[in-house]
Every structure is written in C-alpha cells, then in structure tokens.
Design a binder for this molecule. Structure first.
Ligand SMILES: [Zn+2]
Length: 274
C-alpha cells in the first residue's frame, strides 16, 4: 500500500518524479482522484491499492492543464475527469494540434519520458464556468479557481475534511512559478494567495502538487513565504528563499534556474521574447 492517510478519508500518493502528489478522497460510492500522478506504474499501483481497499475511482479532477496534472491510466477506469472550464479549454487546444504528442514529449523529464502514458492524456471535462464544487457523490470539494500558476488553475477545499489541495501553489520545494503568458502575472499571483489565505482558517492540512503536505501553521507560513517571493520579484530586489540557492533541497537545484529565468523575464532583463 503506497497510499498515506493525511486526514480522515484523504490519502496521498507521492511520486518519485518531482514529488508529485496524487490525492484520493473517499466518497459514498468510490473516490475522487485529484492529479493522478506521472508514470504508468504508479497510477496502476494506485488502482491496485484502491481495489485492495474495496473501492474505485468515481471521479477525477485536474487542478490545471500542465502535462503532469492531466495524465490517466486505463487501470483507473473511465470515471469522468473534471477541471475548470478554462483548464479543459486550454488542454483541448493542446490536443487539437496535430503534433501534440511530440510537443508534450519534448517537455517531459527524460528520466521518466518512456514511462508516461499518453493514451488518455488531457481528456478533461470542463465544469461550468464559475462552478463552485466538483459534481460527485462524496464530501463537498469546493473549487477555488484563480490565475496564478496557470490558466484555469484551481485548488480544491475538501470542506468536511479540512484539507486544501493546492495544485501547483504553496510548495515547500518549488518557488511560485508564475504564468508568464498572463498580462499581470505578479498581481494575479498575489490575488491567488489572498484567495487561499481567505480559507486558511478552514484548513488543517495543505497538500501541494509537488512537495510535502503541511499543517495549518505550515499553510500560513507557505502563504507568507510565497508572498515574500512574489513581492521580491515585483520589487526587483535580491530574493532570499530557502527553496533556491545553496539551501535548495538536493535534487531540486533546478528550481534556482526557474527562479533566474523568472527574474529575467519579469524585470525585463532579457528584453522582449515571445
Ligand atoms: Zn505540476
């Protein structure tokens, strides 16, 4: 059993690849599976664990339209897979390109590229725009949509369980990765952090898309840490952050490169590039 219970009826499967978290919420007739994972093997192992628990996937949810959040595996079954309307539209645009497979493949980390199943990639049904919850038979999962990391990005607040599934926000290993396509990525990010802060008093456990789950104090600390990082980008001053530079976790040194790239893009140091 690779699943770890982090709150009553909420389990996490952590991938070896970029510490991706798949989140499993127990429902009345099957589970809600959020961001299922990266490799065939690990998704099949989640399916096997669910069988062992006497349950199966009743619904899926993708927090945002990045490749590592819209994968699926046949063993997980053919439950509906939801995302926000914008998430679904964005991934549909990807799938409409004749060479989408090659394009996606180019972005995969080489060490897992061969293990990533592409056959059910991105088959996301969009919720109605502004939908407030995931339509499924289980604890209410409130959709908190915001534009910060990506278009159509949403966190889910599993209200009764006091769990916030944050998508690619509030990580202890990744600095905020801004959506540089947006008109105002910095203000978008700060606004999203405020949305998450507004529900913090309802949360005992935060689960980021990548990294470690944290408690209520961690949630507040991560919001502050991310806000400081983004404000640092805005001011152009030197950013000190434990996730980059010499204090980065071993294996995560590349986050410093992401950081340098963001600084260059946002401070105009790199000039215009499209
Ligand atoms: Zn991700």
């Amino acid at each position: 059993m690779m699943l770890r219970e982090v709150a009553e009826g909420v389990r996490v499967h952590e991938s070896e690849c970029i510490q991706s978290n798949a989140v499993i919420v127990d429902g009345d007739a099957g589970v809600l599976l959020i961001d299922p994972g990266i490799t065939r093997e690990e998704m099949a192992s989640i399916a096997a664990d669910l069988r062992e628990l006497g349950t199966a996937v009743a619904a899926g949810f993708a927090t945002h339209p990045d490749w590592d959040h819209v994968l699926w595996h046949p063993s997980l079954g053919d439950a509906p897979r939801y995302g926000t309307a914008l998430c679904a539209a964005s991934i549909r645009d990807v799938l409409a390109r004749p060479d989408w497979k090659e394009q996606v493949a180019e972005g995969l980390p080489p060490e897992v590229a061969d293990d990533v199943p592409m056959e059910l990639f991105g088959l996301i049904s969009g919720l109605p725009a502004g939908a407030s919850q995931v339509p499924w038979d289980g604890p209410r999962a409130r959709v908190i949509e915001h534009r910060a990391h990506a278009q159509g990005h949403a966190a889910l607040l599993v209200e009764d369980r006091r769990v916030l599934v944050a998508g690619d926000m509030l990580s202890d290993v990744l600095v905020p990765m801004l959506d540089l396509q947006a008109a105002d990525p910095i203000e978008d990010y700060l606004a999203a952090l405020e949305l998450l802060e507004a529900v913090a008093h309802d949360v005992d456990v935060v689960i980021p898309g990548h990294g470690s789950a944290g408690d209520a104090a961690q949630l507040r600390a991560r919001i502050e840490q991310d806000r400081a990082y983004v404000r640092g980008l805005r001011s152009g001053r030197m950013i000190e952050d434990p996730r980059i530079g010499s204090s980065a976790k071993p294996g995560w040194e590349w986050v410093s490169d992401v950081h340098e790239w963001q600084v260059e893009r946002l401070t105009g140091g790199g000039g215009t590039e499209t």
